[in-house]
Design a protein around this ligand. Structure first.
Ligand SMILES: NC(=O)c1ccc[n+]([C@@H]2O[C@H](COP(=O)([O-])OP(=O)(O)OC[C@H]3O[C@@H](n4cnc5c(N)ncnc54)[C@H](O)[C@@H]3O)[C@@H](O)[C@H]2O)c1
Ligand SMILES: [Zn+2]
Length: 369
């Protein structure tokens, strides 16, 4: 029995998210999208292609007229307009038209780049997501945000473009490097912290199974995280309000990510940002220091960093980097804080002194694991 949920926009069903432990149902799911007379281009990267491309090609060739594959070099450095341009060229040479489809097979880099190409090629063609990293399975494949980096500016060029299907195969997690798995956990723990205390505690209790990548436990986890993200994006698809809650941990997280020149993975920076925002929430008297320490333990348990001690980062630099963040709203920093574990809110009153205090705590090392 497939685990399936539908994502709606303005009350209308837009796409399904399907979670399976193999790719066996992929052909059938894609066939439902009416592609039998159509071409489909699988977009993937050089790490994922040797692992999964053949299997996906086999599944999709059975239900589409023609299947092509476009493979680009793995890594954030290739999530840019040069790769998009070369993909446009590939599609034009192969005579892709408005009725044809793209499929993103890979992590968030592939999903964002393929989605952006689909949003703009011929003013928009359909695309599906086949996410293969934990981060993309619980976060980037859902919600329709697509885009690429521009020079040093991350996700500076982009579009909202909804996929027609998200097909997650949990078995793909088994080939994922350890720190990439941990990076996905950063976003998952965030989901619990902002929306669902019960889920947060379940994650703590299930940590052995999760870390061992028990696929049943992982499936349960992906399902709940998908529901949380789905519910948030359905209410606010274009990030005018509540969707901002998903940015918990991201104001300082992005600043650290940028200053570290992307040497730390996104989820690792998000983990640090979540801890800083938790400390700030505690200093405002909303949550307790016990709860903050529990969050520190939790991040450590899942192999995520808990301190910026020893990193080449200055407090002032981090604060000034937050000011260039896209989460600025007419010059005011939108900070996400916790009223409680499981209940986040948008705060526009965080001062530099508060940021300095929480960064000083984060670099203190007293909570280091
Ligand atoms: N659109 C959104 O809403 C959204 C949300 C969060 C993050 N993002 C974007 O997602 C990107 C990060 O995504 P990511 O963390 O998935 O990184 P990624 O796509 O770079 O994947 C991480 C690494 O794992 C490899 N890989 C992928 N699947 C694998 C597998 N099953 N087995 C072995 N190796 C595998 C990749 O080739 C890559 O080297 C960033 O560019 C970020 O901006 C987008
Ligand atoms: Zn994130």
């Amino acid at each position: 029995m497939a685990n399936r949920m539908t994502v709606h926009l303005d009350g209308a069903a837009i796409y399904d998210i399907v979670i399976e432990n193999s790719y066996d149902q992929l052909g059938g799911e894609v066939a439902r999208l009416g592609v039998n007379e159509r071409k489909l281009c699988i977009v993937t990267d050089t790490n994922v292609a040797p692992l999964y491309l053949e299997e996906i090609q086999k599944q999709l060739s059975a239900v589409c007229r023609q299947v092509d594959a476009y493979i680009f070099h793995a890594g954030e450095a290739y999530k840019n307009l040069d790769t998009v341009r070369s993909l446009y060229e590939f599609l034009i040479e192969k005579k892709y038209d408005r009725g044809d489809m793209l499929a993103a097979l890979g992590g968030g880099v592939v999903g964002d780049l393929c989605g952006f190409t689909a949003a703009t090629y011929l003013r928009g063609v359909r695309f599906i997501q086949i996410p293969t990293t934990l981060l993309s399975q619980v976060d980037s494949s859902i919600g329709g945000k697509t885009g690429v980096d521009f020079d040093a500016y991350k996700n500076m060029v982009g579009a909202f473009h909804m996929p027609k299907l998200v097909y997650t195969c949990t078995s793909s997690l088994l080939t994922l490097p350890e720190e990439q798995f941990a990076s996905g956990m950063g976003e998952i723990i965030k989901h619990g912290m902002i929306k669902d205390a019960q889920y947060y505690h379940w994650l703590r209790e299930s940590s052995a199974g999760i870390r061992a990548r028990d696929l049943d436990v992982c499936e349960q986890m992906i399902l709940v995280s998908n529901q949380i993200k789905r519910d948030v994006v359905e209410k606010d698809p274009r990030e005018q309000g509540d969707r901002a809650l998903l940015n918990f941990g991201h104001t300082l997280g992005h600043a650290i990510e940028k200053l570290m020149n992307f040497e730390l993975l996104h989820g690792q920076c998000v983990a640090l940002g979540c801890l800083a925002a938790s400390y700030l929430s505690a200093s405002r008297g909303y949550i307790s220091m016990d709860e903050v320490n529990m969050a520190v333990d939790m991040m450590a348990q899942f192999g995520l960093p808990t301190t910026i001690k020893g990193l080449p980062l200055q407090t002032e630099e981090i604060i000034s980097a937050t000011k260039n963040d896209k989460k600025m709203d007419s010059g005011v920093i939108k900070f996400i804080l916790l009223h409680q574990v499981g209940a986040a809110y948008v705060d526009r009153t965080v001062t530099e002194a508060e940021m300095t205090a929480c960064l000083s705590w984060l670099s203190g090392g007293t909570h280091e694991k």
